[in-house]
Design a protein around this ligand. Structure first.
Ligand code: HMG
Ligand code: MG
Length: 305
């Protein structure tokens, strides 16, 4: 039984195929991406951020977004989402029949410029058209707010900046916000303050945590979020990834590690850790790197001859 103050069930969104692979320098073939997405669904992950409909000049790795979505064998009960920065991206996502689109802004002006080439206010204007079109198409629209705990260009980011962007997103009909620690600098107290700023605007069910693990704080930040009742987290199988516009930032917290933490707390996820590890092993082998998951490493060491 989980502690009465923690959620009894958590929803995990595996962002490995998108946040994880977008940062890879070498081309990852479409079939490898498709196999990863299918393996995650087989492991019981019910929400997968599959790709991004962004400019291929900005992020060449995501240029096969339409192909990925077309080839992937959809599993019933799984939500496949994609990042879209503007209407061009939305049209691609709609044609590819994604279930959910994600607009991505920032709590830092400098990061907004570097990542999507416009100011925060301009980004909201673009997202407003996307949110309207998504609603008309009966599609859910989530928002990601980058740099909620610090910015690689601007330094400190205050909770007020998170609340400001959350309010703007709410005002245009974005249904959910993800509080993102893009560069993984946050600690639990600061993470709670950033989440509280989003929770002043959105209900508990519509706020999630997205924590990169650069400083090794991501699991502590997940736990701090659970204490607030937050029950949705992004995580990346094998800890893959980073952001091409946030140099040095490592991948998202490894999904395997979050699952181990949650199951240890008696919190349900619906994810089969053994199958998830297998998915992580396959993609890590393809990339020629050891897994970024501490839990996968520890469990692998136990079965090694
Ligand atoms: P821009 O250059 O200002 O765009 O980029 P533009 O509107 O001037 O168009 C320039 C060219 O891009 C045109 O093509 C457009 O058609 C094309 P051309 O006429 O030159 O041949 N274009 C597109 N092509 C495909 N799909 C599109 C699209 N839009 C325009 N959607 C833009 C602005 C937003 C497009 C660009 O900056 C961009 O694509 N940025 C994406 C950056 C990105 O993907 N970053 C990583 C994801 S965010 C992240 O990782 C953070 C997150 O994980 C949370 C966290 O950890 O913080 C979510
Ligand atoms: Mg990210």
């Amino acid at each position: 039984m989980p502690s009465p103050s923690l959620p009894s069930r958590v929803r995990l969104v595996d962002v490995g195929p998108r946040d994880g692979l977008q940062n890879e320098k070498g081309v990852v073939p479409t079939e490898v991406k498709v196999a990863l997405i299918e393996a995650l669904a087989d492991a019981g992950v019910t929400a997968i951020e599959a790709t991004s409909f962004v400019s291929p000049k900005w992020v060449p790795q995501m240029a096969d977004a339409a192909d990925v979505m077309q080839r992937v064998r959809r599993r019933q009960g799984v939500r496949y989402s994609a990042l879209v920065p503007n209407m061009k991206g939305f049209e691609g996502a709609l044609a590819a029949k994604v279930d959910e689109v994600v607009v991505f802004g920032a709590a830092s002006e400098a990061f907004s410029q570097k990542n999507i080439n416009c100011s925060i206010v301009e980004s909201i204007e673009r997202f407003a058209s996307v949110a309207r079109a998504a609603r008309d198409a009966g599609m859910k629209v989530r928002g990601a707010i980058s740099c909620c705990l610090g910015c690689p260009y601007q330094g400190e980011v205050k909770p007020g900046a998170v609340g400001y962007v959350a309010k703007l997103m709410h005002g245009i009909g974005v249904q959910h916000v993800g509080v993102a620690d893009t560069i993984g600098v946050g600690t639990p107290g600061a993470t709670k303050r950033a989440l509280e700023a989003a929770l002043a605007v959105y209900p508990l069910d519509e706020v999630s945590g997205h924590f990169h693990d650069t400083y090794g704080m991501a699991l502590a930040n997940v736990y701090a979020s659970l204490e607030l009742g937050v029950a949705t987290f992004d995580a990346s199988v094998a800890g893959l990834g980073g952001c091409p516009y946030a140099k040095g930032a490592t991948g998202n917290v490894a999904t395997e590690d979050v699952v181990y933490l949650l199951h240890g707390l008696g919190i349900e996820t619906g994810v089969d850790l053994a199958k998830l590890r297998a998915a992580g092993r396959t993609i890590s082998a393809f990339l020629g790197r050891p897994t970024g998951s501490r839990v996968a490493k520890a469990l692998d060491a136990k079965v090694a001859p």
